[in-house]
Design a protein around this ligand. Structure first.
Ligand SMILES: Cc1ncc(COP(=O)(O)O)c(C=O)c1O
Length: 464
């Protein structure tokens, strides 16, 4: 790979060449900034940015965070220099077409029909808001149901949309309880069910295939929130898949969903500002109908603002995703697929080490690439697990020489029992530890993360 500088210089030259076609003009002096001020502010800015956690490093095994792939940075910068607005083809003809192409590719990844309608959004929250908005338009007097383990956005956005909602209990592994869902469907009050492919806390996949079957029987729509786990669908269709059989079955059923959300700014190697919503029935575009006296004049083709609740949207986000997926295509065996397999292998390898550790123990086995664990006590109490988890989190992160960054998850103490049957449930909730292994480099690094956390745990819980 040539150096970053070469790609960035290529981009600057290419856009500069294009700009020069329009003739030179003097830039306005009001835009000038003195060299010393540039230097001073830049020094200040880059220094302030060091007040960050090292999301790029495999020692950061905390939240759903990592920097974009260099392809996305180069792709984003190139379009950002032009700054197209994908609201309308008037604002971004090239990136508008690229957006249609990447949306088609994402729909194809889920095996959704070729005429699936969709667009990029600023993130998973707005993408889910749009899916719920369509759900409400189709079933104005019915509720939306989602599992208690679904992302909080569903409760919040159904509130914004003034939709009734039903929270369906999750089983002990964090998956939607099908018996409870069936009971709710029998009431006839539910119009749409949200299933999650990769929950935020545990990274588990709701039983989507069974949810789809149940919903079909009741004439209820299915929306799949695959904001986090969606790209694992790449592995759902190959015979020698790295996914478990049940996981594959549920990912394949996304093909039958009415709407799907996926976040390229999570596992799609993109910078923040890139979500996507897909609708199986392109005719739902009618619910977005609005008048815009200012736009939609350059082409009779569909302008994405015509089917989006947001007006201005970064064309650069579409350009970056388009460019990234040319270099790292949406395939199981090349491009994104092997990146995701490495994350899965890292999570499983770490789980094995936790299962045999004397000082830490797993909470749940990872279905995707999120690992959950807590300290192991001879006489475990929820309160001891809770306090020690927070101490380990604080100490591991603040170690000057060899820090490890993880995250904390609050669980109902009862849910500790399946993996830790002797636990005394002496308080309703307990904090445990959680690591999202989103970087393929974790595969080579989890042993170090584990060893360090064992050492920190021993320091923090000497009476273990
Ligand atoms: C399953 C799920 N849905 C929705 C969201 C919200 O997405 P965003 O943060 O892109 O708005 C998240 C974020 O973590 C998520 O994990």
């Amino acid at each position: 790979m040539a150096s970053w500088n070469e790609y960035l210089t290529h981009v600057l030259n290419a856009i500069g060449d294009w700009e020069s076609r329009f003739g030179a003009f003097p830039s306005h002096p009001s835009l000038d900034v003195a060299e010393e001020r540039w230097q001073e502010a830049l020094g200040h800015y880059t220094a302030r940015l060091t007040d960050n956690y090292p999301f790029f490093h495999p020692r950061y095994a905390g939240q759903m965070l990592k920097p974009p792939h260099p392809a996305a940075v180069v792709g984003y910068l190139a379009a950002q220099l032009i700054n197209p607005n994908n609201h309308a083809l008037d604002g971004g003809p090239a990136t508008g077409q690229m957006e249609k192409e990447v949306v088609r590719d994402l729909a194809a990844m889920f095996h959704l029909p070729g005429d699936t309608l969709g667009h990029l959004t600023s993130g998973g929250t707005v993408a889910n808001l749009e899916a719920l908005f369509i759900a409400r338009e189709i079933h104005p007097n019915k509720a939306v149901a989602f599992s208690k383990a679904a992302h909080y956005t569903h409760g919040r956005m159904s509130g914004v949309l003034r939709m009734d909602h039903a929270a369906i209990p999750a089983d002990l592994n964090g998956r939607m309880d099908l018996g409870a869902l069936e009971k709710a469907l029998k009431t006839g009050t539910i119009g749409t069910v949200v299933a999650t492919a990769g929950t935020t806390a545990l990274g588990v996949v709701d039983p989507i295939a069974d949810v789809v079957d149940l919903c079909k029987g009741h004439g209820v729509r299915v929306h799949v929130d695959a904001a986090y786990g969606g790209f694992f669908a790449l592995h759902a269709w190959s015979e020698d898949s790295v996914l478990g059989d049940e996981t594959r079955r549920h990912f394949r059923a996304i093909a039958e969903a009415d709407s799907v959300v996926i976040d390229p700014h999570k596992h799609g190697l993109q910078p923040y500002g890139c979500g996507c919503v897909l609708f199986r029935d392109p005719s739902v575009g009618r619910y977005y109908r609005h008048e815009s006296p200012y736009t939609y004049f350059t082409s009779d083709e569909l302008h994405l603002g015509e089917i989006s609740l947001e007006c201005s949207r970064a064309g650069a986000a579409a350009g970056a995703l388009w460019f990234t997926t040319r270099l790292l295509p949406l395939h199981a065996k090349e491009g994104l697929g092997p990146i995701l397999s490495a994350c899965l292998r890292a999570a499983r390898a770490w789980h094995q080490r936790l299962a045999t550790s004397d000082v830490l123990m797993p909470y749940r086995a990872p279905e995707l690439d999120i690992v959950t664990y807590h300290p192991r006590f001879a006489e475990p109490r929820a309160s001891a697990i809770d306090g020690a988890s927070q101490r380990i989190f604080d100490a591991a992160m603040s170690d000057r020489d060899d820090p490890i960054f993880v995250s904390v998850l609050r669980v109902e103490s009862d849910t500790l029992v399946p993996s830790c049957p002797d636990v005394q449930v002496d308080q309703p909730y307990a904090r445990i530890l959680r690591s999202v292994l989103m970087k393929p480099e974790h595969e080579q690094y989890v042993d170090h993360v584990h060893n360090r956390l064992e050492a920190v745990t021993q320091q923090q819980t000497p009476t273990l």
